[in-house]
Design a protein around this ligand. Structure first.
Ligand code: HPA
Length: 294
C-alpha cells in the first residue's frame, strides 16, 4: 500500500513537471527577475491540498491552473463508479500558494472501500501538502441554521467505516491516532477573522458523517441532534481521519443545503442548487484563509 501511494505520487509529480516545464518555456513564466537555476516554481510540490465538495466547485475558477490530470489517467487511483466525468487533480496557484485541488471525491456510498476513499489524501501527503482544506454539502440539524449558511466544522462524529481499520502503516502515522483538535483551531481563528473582514456570516458546529446514500429519516436527524451533531453529510470524515493520522492540519467547511429537522424532503437537485448559491462565499473564504495561512 505504502509503495502504491509513493509510486502514484511520483507518477503525478512527473506528469505535473512535464506539463509545467513545457508551459513555462512556452510562456516564459519564471518567478522574479532572475531566471537562474531554481527560479522556476515547482507546482508538483503543492503546499495546500483542497477537496472540492458540493459548493466549492467554483473555486477552480479562482485557481491559476498550471496542470490538470484526469483521475482515470492516474495508475492506482480509484476508478470512478459514476459514468462520464471521473474527476481531476488540479495544480496551480491560489491565494499566492501552490495548491492541489481534487475536483471530485470518492464517497463510501459509491462502493469504494474505506482505504480507497482516502487514497488520494495519502497521495497528497507525498506530494508535499502541509494543510488540507475540505468542503461539503450537508443537512442542517442545528435549528438556528438556515439553508445557504456556511458551517465551519469544529469537530466531527464519524459513522462511516473507519479508513484506518486494518494493518497500520507506521510510516503514515500511529496505530491509535489522537483526534483532539481534529479541525485546526488556528486555521479556524483565521477563518473567523477573514469572514468578518469579508462580511461572510459563519456558523460553527459538529459534522456527522453517515454512509448515505439515503438522506436521514426524521428519527435519524433527531438522533444526530441528540448525539451532538449540527449538520449531517455523507463524506469528509474518512478523509479528515486519514489526514490527521498523518499529522496534517485540517480546515473544513460545510454548505447547509437543507434543514433536516423540517418537513421538507431530501432532494439531490436542491442540494446542488443551494451548494452553488453559497459557492461564491465559500470560494472567497477558502481563498482568503489560504492567503493568510502562517
Ligand atoms: N443528509 C446527508 N447528506 C446531505 C444532506 C443531508 O441532509 N444534505 C446534503 N448532503
Amino acid at each position: 500500500m505504502l509503495e502504491q501511494i509513493k509510486n502514484t505520487a511520483s507518477f503525478i509529480q512527473d506528469r505535473v513537471r512535464e506539463a509545467t516545464s513545457a508551459g513555462a518555456s512556452a510562456a516564459g513564466t519564471k518567478t522574479g527577475a532572475g531566471t537562474g537555476a531554481g527560479a522556476e516554481v515547482d507546482f508538483a510540490t503543492p503546499e495546500v491540498g483542497i477537496i472540492l465538495g458540493t459548493g466549492l466547485g467554483g473555486l477552480v475558477d479562482s485557481i491559476d491552473v498550471k496542470a490538470a490530470i484526469e483521475y482515470g489517467d492516474i495508475p492506482d487511483f480509484p476508478v470512478s463508479t459514476v459514468e462520464g466525468h471521473s474527476g481531476r487533480l488540479i495544480f496551480g496557484l491560489l491565494g499566492g500558494r501552490r495548491v492541489v485541488a481534487m475536483q471530485g471525491r470518492f464517497h463510501y456510498y459509491e462502493g469504494y472501500q474505506p482505504w480507497q476513499v482516502v487514497f488520494p489524501v495519502r497521495v497528497m501527503k507525498f506530494l508535499g501538502i502541509r494543510t488540507l482544506f475540505v468542503s461539503n454539502a450537508s443537512g442542517g440539524i442545528n435549528t438556528s441554521f438556515r439553508v445557504g449558511d456556511i458551517m465551519v466544522i469544529t469537530d466531527h462524529i464519524n459513522l462511516i467505516p473507519n479508513p484506518l481499520v486494518g494493518r497500520n502503516i507506521a510510516e503514515l502515522g500511529p496505530r491509535f491516532p489522537d483526534m483532539h483538535n481534529l479541525y485546526d483551531a488556528g486555521i479556524r481563528a483565521i477563518a473567523t477573522r477573514v469572514a468578518e473582514a469579508e462580511g461572510i456570516k459563519l456558523q460553527y458546529g459538529v459534522y456527522v458523517g453517515g454512509t448515505g446514500p439515503t438522506f436521514e429519516t426524521q428519527a435519524e436527524y433527531r438522533y444526530y441532534k441528540a448525539i451532538g451533531g449540527d449538520a449531517a453529510g455523507m463524506s469528509t470524515t474518512p478523509e479528515v481521519i486519514a489526514a490527521r493520522h498523518m499529522g496534517i492540519p485540517v480546515f473544513g467547511a460545510s454548505v447547509i443545503t437543507n434543514v433536516g429537522l423540517s418537513d421538507e424532503v431530501g432532494d439531490h437537485e436542491d442540494v446542488q442548487k443551494q451548494g452553488a448559491a453559497a459557492g461564491k462565499r465559500m470560494t472567497t473564504l477558502f481563498t482568503k484563509i489560504i492567503e493568510n495561512l502562517l
